[in-house]
Write a new protein. Structure first.
Length: 165
């Protein structure tokens, strides 16, 4: 099925793009939610209008979320957790927990689906990408440490220096 995207769709395309999608995905997800329309001759005439409107909408949203992206990008989250001798956690740090911690520290409301990360199951430093908009994707540093111990912050590794002789 060929569809014309009306809104930006994560991992599919931007508004105004014409995409070939599976029939079920188009019929059951994209069309009912108003994210796309069938790519008919009449719809093809509106491609430029949809692209210009989407570009203006995207620019306004990026402007609005820009300050939030700066705050979230500088954030480091600490999670104390119980872990075994090998560093494997009893349980995991989920995207829901990360979203709550970001909301508490910054006031920026996030949904767990905006965080691109598998559940964390080991001690150490991890990075998570936050999808604020299609263009703004700041990274958050997550430090998982043992309960009762101070978090160990590992300094950045210096670049390997070349020997000159």
């Amino acid at each position: 099925m060929k569809v014309l995207l009306i809104k930006d769709v994560y991992k599919l395309g931007r508004a105004g793009d014409i995409k070939r999608v599976a029939d079920g995905y188009g019929r059951n997800f994209l069309l009912p939610r108003g994210m796309a329309v069938l790519a008919t001759a009449g719809a093809m005439k509106q491609v430029e209008t949809i692209k210009t409107q989407a570009t203006a909408r995207r620019a306004a949203l990026n402007q609005e979320m820009g300050s939030a992206a700066e705050v979230v990008g500088k954030l480091t989250l600490y999670f104390p957790s119980k872990a075994g001798e090998t560093g494997k956690l009893y349980g995991s740090i989920t995207t829901e927990m990360i979203a709550e911690a970001i909301t508490q520290q910054t006031g920026v409301k996030l949904d767990r689906r905006q965080i691109d990360l598998q559940p964390i199951r080991t001690l150490g430093d991890h990075k998570a990408r936050i999808r604020l908009t299609v263009d703004l994707m700041p990274e958050v540093k997550i430090v998982v440490h043992r309960e009762g111990e101070a978090p160990t912050i590992q300094p950045a590794q210096p670049a390997v220096e070349e020997k000159t002789e």
